[in-house]
Design a protein. Structure first.
Length: 170
């Protein structure tokens, strides 16, 4: 009886715990990558752009990854879906230390947002997304994880242009 209850209780948060773990890993990989980059290479452009298609630095991709998480977590916790663009500019977060501080702030906000979801059932709750359409919390978390991981992958690819060092994995 106790075993069945524990299995049922742990199953009620299977997706919530999975999101928590995946976002935690995303955060750790971003921190490790920033710590692996020399300060000179953090915002180094891999090549010149003809302005038709912007080419972003490793640091810019990491900031875009974190900003995606921050926007969703902020929207869920405060219903403010502000784009973090203005306070995530390379000019503002000009050093690896400042980027790490920002990543840690985003992680704290993300943990607060996910802590508001007490069960997998609550992931079915719909809220208004920045586009105005209604989306489930599950969809918002999943889309954010995909978008943030995409930007992180771009950061890893840019890192490989400048370095033969092993990429951080967790």
């Amino acid at each position: 009886m106790t075993r069945q209850r524990n299995e049922r209780d742990s199953g009620e948060t299977l997706f919530v715990r999975s999101f928590d773990e995946q976002f935690r890993r995303l955060h750790e990989r971003s921190r490790q990558l920033v710590l692996s980059i020399s300060p000179d290479d953090l915002y180094r452009q891999p090549r010149e752009s003809a302005n038709q298609f912007p080419v972003y630095s490793c640091g810019e991709h990491i900031l875009r990854s974190a900003a995606a998480v921050e926007q969703t977590a902020g929207g869920i916790t405060t219903n403010l879906w502000d784009d973090p663009f203005e306070w995530t500019l390379p000019e503002t977060l000009s050093t690896p230390e400042r980027v790490i501080e920002y990543l840690d702030e985003v992680e704290a906000t993300r943990r607060r947002a996910l802590s508001l979801v007490g069960s997998d059932e609550e992931l079915r709750k719909e809220i208004a997304a920045p586009s105005g359409e209604m989306k489930t919390l599950f969809a918002l978390f999943a889309e954010t994880l995909v978008r943030a991981s995409h930007y992180q992958g771009r950061a890893f690819a840019t890192f490989r242009i400048f370095s033969d060092a092993q990429l951080p994995y967790s």
